[in-house]
Design a protein around this ligand. Structure first.
Ligand code: SF4
Ligand code: SF4
Length: 76
């Protein structure tokens, strides 16, 4: 089941909990301290084919650990 994983970068505080907790390695940490879904940055929100998002298993751990409720995971 493919999933859409999105981070609200307006509210993300860059604590890296999603990066540290995701069992599938979907997130990437950037030099500015914010976390991104792999591939997200280069396409300004439109993920490239084959990005880290494709590895998501829908466990929702990231949603649970994010202190600012900045992550949404939905079925494609
Ligand atoms: S867990 Fe939430 S607040 Fe922390 S880096 Fe990830 S998206 Fe940002
Ligand atoms: S739902 Fe699970 S596998 Fe998908 S991005 Fe979040 S922590 Fe990673």
């Amino acid at each position: 089941m493919p999933f859409l994983v999105r981070i609200n970068h307006e509210t993300c505080n860059g604590n890296g909990e999603c990066f540290n907790s995701c069992p599938a390695g979907v997130f990437e940490a950037s030099h500015d301290g914010k976390c991104w879904v792999g591939g997200e940055k280069s396409m300004e929100g439109n993920l490239q084919k084959g990005s880290n998002e494709d590895l998501c298993v829908g466990c929702l751990v990231c949603v649970e650990v994010c202190p600012t409720k900045s992550i949404t995971v939905t079925e494609k």
